[in-house]
Design a protein around this ligand. Structure first.
Ligand code: BGP
Length: 483
């Protein structure tokens, strides 16, 4: 569309934000009664993370959250999205609540509110209690649904008086594909397609029942889950590439978003899964619960980093690869695909980051438009950002590339808003530098540099605002009018 004469500013009350996740920032991995999560164990398996980095200390947000919130206040941030570590609340995943864990998040929430920053909570950002993994294989068992809802309901009842914005699951598509197909996240399974879809069904049920539990308690709360959306462009005008895009969309995007928004799986995707004998098993009543939850979500959460290309992939073509660039050496990722359906070659028209992620600001607009057309739901951009090598020189960090990246994405986001998309919030990834799950500490995303070594637990952990910090501060102050 070509919308003329629009207001330069973003909507009034637009939530300019930034995001993090507990395991990636908190540290204090075994303090104040916290139990072990699957990530606490997984990072200790040799070869799983870049240079064996862990979140044991991370960037010590657990002890420095007041300093971090003071910086957010200085920046003028309107919302801070963070996740709760399930194992701080229930060290064993269920049973007795750990009041020290509740107290930590109470302090964080109150500190944010006292500084005029709206807290936005992610209930689950991947750090499942190890106790539940040991007892019944975590997400693989239907038992997870009740334990999840019990945990989520504890958060709703203890924090819901002050927290209105809730994201139930972070990137269900990523933690399940990395955990059950690629072997790169816990529990490290490879190509277990049947379990992958069953695990996803359990996660959908946990999401749906949590949405309903929240609304029963706090009808005015705003809720959704965050999907890692990588929209696809067809490689060419060949009909087989258009069909490859459609297959990709149904199996890689709508498979999740349709369940959140409509409460049902895409029909063609289910037909495909049935023909492969990997379709999920439903219990009686599941369909109704998914539908009811879908009627109760308030937004689609979107983590947007990149787009992809869909090209027809012959039956003997490429499959899933776990050759992913975790070193920052360009060109070390391999093409992924599903034989007989699609593969995702490089987009020759776009530049990439050092970790081979395509840089595509228009893709963000495309994502918002697609969601708006298909679901007509408001959107929360819950993550978007650039992972890069940053350098501290004479007490300063100059990151013009990050400013350029974020600015270009915001310009496209504003176009999407002008075109009718209802975007409630934009959270960059991330506020401070933090642990990148598989890429260690050298892949930095923050507005605030954290002085810590890449692969060992040393460094002052001092916070140093980068140039992008001041740029975002100004962008917020002017409500995006001068991008
Ligand atoms: C998303 C996750 C975040 C964060 C981000 C950047 O998938 O929700 O937790 O890690 O991606 O990814 P990475 O750290 O792999 O660069």
């Amino acid at each position: 569309m070509l919308i003329k004469d629009t207001n330069k500013e973003f909507p009034k009350d637009f939530l300019w934000g930034s995001a993090s996740a507990a395991y990636q920032v908190e540290g204090a991995w075994d303090e104040d009664g916290k139990g072990r999560s699957v990530w606490d164990e997984f990072v200790r398996i040799p070869g799983k993370t870049f240079k064996a980095t862990t979140g044991d200390k991370a960037v010590d947000h657990y002890h420095r959250f007041e300093e971090d919130v003071a910086l957010m206040k200085e920046m003028g941030l309107k919302t801070y999205r963070f996740s709760i570590a399930w194992t701080r609340i229930f060290p064993n995943g269920k049973g007795e609540v750990n009041e020290e864990g509740i107290a930590f998040y109470d302090r964080l929430i109150n500190e944010l509110i006292n500084n005029d920053i709206t807290p936005m909570i992610t209930v689950f950002h991947w750090d499942l209690p190890q106790a539940l993994q040991d007892e019944y294989n975590g997400w693989e068992s239907r038992k997870i649904v009740d334990d999840f809802v019990n945990y989520a309901s504890m958060l709703f009842s203890r924090f819901g008086d002050r927290v209105k914005h809730w994201i139930i699951l972070n990137e269900q598509n990523v933690f399940t594909s990395h955990g059950w197909l690629m072997g790169m996240h816990p529990p490290g399974k490879v190509q277990d397609m049947k379990m992958f879809y069953q695990v996803n069904h359990h996660a959908f049920m946990a999401h749906a029942k949590s949405v309903l539990a929240l609304k029963a308690l706090w009808p005015d709360a705003l809720v959704g889950s965050s999907f890692a959306f990588g929209p696809a462009y067809a490689k060419s005008e060949k009909p087989e590439d258009a069909m490859a895009k459609m297959d990709y969309d149904d199996l890689q995007s709508y498979y999740w978003m349709d369940v959140y928004a409509y409460g049902r799986y895409p029909r063609a995707a289910l037909a495909q899964l049935k023909s492969m004998n990997v379709a999920p098993h439903f219990e009686a009543g599941d369909e109704e619960i998914l539908k009811l939850a879908a009627q109760n979500i308030d937004f689609m959460g979107v983590n947007y980093y990149q787009t992809t290309v869909a090209e027809y992939n012959p039956v003997d073509g490429v499959g899933m690869s776990n050759k992913v660039n975790t070193t920052g050496k360009k060109g070390t990722s391999e093409v992924q695909g599903m034989p007989g359906l699609y593969k995702n070659p490089k987009n020759e028209f776009l530049k990439t980051t050092d970790w081979d992620w395509t840089i595509d600001p228009e893709g963000l607009r495309f994502a918002c438009r697609d969601i708006t057309s298909r679901y007509d739901l408001p959107i929360v951009i819950s993550e978007n950002g650039l992972g890069a090598f940053d350098h501290l020189e004479n007490g300063k960090v100059h990151d013009p590339y990050r400013i350029e990246y974020l600015k270009a994405h915001l310009i496209e986001l504003k176009k999407a808003i002008d075109e009718g998309c209802r975007v409630l919030a934009y959270c960059t990834w991330s506020f401070t530098d933090l642990l990148s799950w598989l890429n260690g500490y050298q892949k930095r995303y923050g507005f605030v540099f954290v002085d810590r070594e890449e692969d060992e637990e040393s460094g002052t952990l001092n916070r140093i605002p980068k140039d992008s910090f001041y740029w975002y501060q100004y962008t917020i102050k002017t409500n995006g009018a001068e991008l």
